[in-house]
Design a protein around this ligand. Structure first.
Ligand code: NDP
Ligand code: MG
Length: 386
């Protein structure tokens, strides 16, 4: 029986995880859940899984959750970052789903690495922000890192069982998001609602905006670099609007292995939850005849400057990914709050990268310092534009 902590249980990935887990009560036990602001939703999850611990943002949210659970379930309610680190490293837990969005997920995900857990990594921002430090902790403490991001999970499935012998390239597919073919000047007037209406995937708001700018693919290129120890030159992006081929691995003999399926995150979640065993995920079978045409195109870097910025940040081989990630988080929040235009997201990130020196962040303190400096600069740039 696998014993789970689910960080970010109230989010899109968290809910899909609980859906898969509920299909296999004999295989999984939920020991801890975390949410942040959606207390009623978390209360509902606690009532159905009866975890030992639940973690929320602050004291007020904890009080609210305790009141909702009182007399109904014996879950202990905790709050704050130390509590997240605590449930990420509990001795009785063997598997941690890291599905908090953004840089906020770094500390708890690192705590799970340091306690040698099996980590199901959805929180790509943690890896982009602190790739070197994070991978060092994973290796030093014998943690197992299993990718949840659909592309990386696909690559993981297509890679050789051991080593990288014979691998030539990783091909990450991208849907191109909702604005793949809209007129360029229409992008000036995009609203958060339009940006969050992804054609194939139903996701949280931040990653939906990242998909619309293609920064999501940029973050994924950096994520693939760290997960598969592969240089930027050997990672290519292919536009594939149907999101049926989730990614591919090309070998030196010309073979290209692809992983396919319907676009539903329960497939990679189920794959990682019980890897190397296969379990039912609730996802319907792929009907290739119904999918009909599978289209592939080269990405348009002029339309999607965020993708180019991410490749440049990775090639710079210093601390630029930390700055890129922080500036992106600031710009995306400003866009979601209607304080910044859609196309200005890339401008803010580019200007932040130009303003700050590219210093490698070798320790966690250096990572947090670079992240804070980039947030301050990006915030100033956003304010100067409004
Ligand atoms: P959501 O916004 O749907 O969920 C985010 C989760 O994190 C929620 O549980 C939220 O709590 C919690 N949270 C938000 N802010 C904080 C904070 N400051 N401290 C602690 N917890 C916080 O996001 P997604 O589920 O879409 O994405 C989660 C991660 O998975 C992201 O890193 C994303 O890039 C990655 N991912 C997502 C995919 C998808 O299909 N959704 C696909 C591939 C990767 P609450 O809602 O209660 O406030
Ligand atoms: Mg993805």
């Amino acid at each position: 029986m696998r014993k789970l902590s689910i960080l970010g249980a109230t989010g899109s990935i968290g809910v899909s995880t609980l859906d898969v887990v509920a299909r296999h009560p004999e295989r999984f036990e939920v020991v801890a859940l975390s949410g942040h602001r959606q207390i009623r939703k978390l209360a509902g999850q606690c009532l159905s899984c009866a975890p030992r611990y639940a973690v929320v943002a602050d004291d007020a949210a904890a009080g609210e959750l305790r009141a909702l659970l009182a007399g109904r379930v014996g879950t202990e309610v905790l709050h704050g970052i130390e509590a997240l680190e605590f449930i990420a490293s509990l001795p009785e837990v063997d598997t941690v789903m890291a599905a908090i969005v953004g840089a906020a997920g770094l500390r708890p995900t690192l705590a799970s690495a340091r306690s040698g857990k099996r980590i199901l990594l959805a929180n790509k921002e943690a890896l982009v922000m602190a790739g070197g430090v994070f991978m060092h902790e994973v290796h030093a403490h014998g943690a197992t890192l299993l990718p949840i991001d659909s592309e990386h999970n696909a690559v993981f499935q297509c890679m050789p069982v051991k080593g990288r012998a014979g691998v030539r390239r990783i091909l990450l597919t991208a849907s191109g998001g909702p604005f793949r073919s809209s007129p360029l000047d229409a992008l000036d007037h995009v609203t958060p609602e339009q940006a969050c209406a992804h054609p194939n995937w139903d996701m949280g708001r931040k990653i939906s905006v990242d998909s619309a700018t293609m920064m999501n693919k940029g973050l994924e290129v950096i994520e693939a670099h760290w997960l598969f120890d592969t240089p930027a030159e050997s990672i290519d992006v292919v536009i594939h609007p149907q999101s049926i081929v989730h990614s591919m691995v090309e070998y030196v003999d010309g073979s290209v292995l692809a992983q396919m399926g319907n676009p539903d995150m329960r497939t990679p979640i189920a794959h990682a939850l019980d890897w190397p065993h296969r379990i039912d995920s609730g996802v319907s079978a792929l009907d290739l005849a119904a999918a009909a045409d599978l289209v592939f195109e080269r990405p348009d870097f002029a339309r999607f400057p965020c993708l180019a910025l991410a490749f440049e940040a990775l090639r710079a081989a210093g601390g630029a990914p930390t700055v890129l990630n922080a500036a992106n988080e600031v710009a995306v929040s400003a866009f979601l709050e209607r304080r910044l235009g859609f196309r200005a997201i890339a401008d803010v990130i580019a200007a932040t990268l130009e303003t700050l020196p590219d210093q490698p962040a070798r320790t966690l303190d250096e990572v947090f310092a670079a992240d804070a400096a980039a947030r301050a600069v990006a915030q100033r740039i956003v304010e100067a534009r409004t």
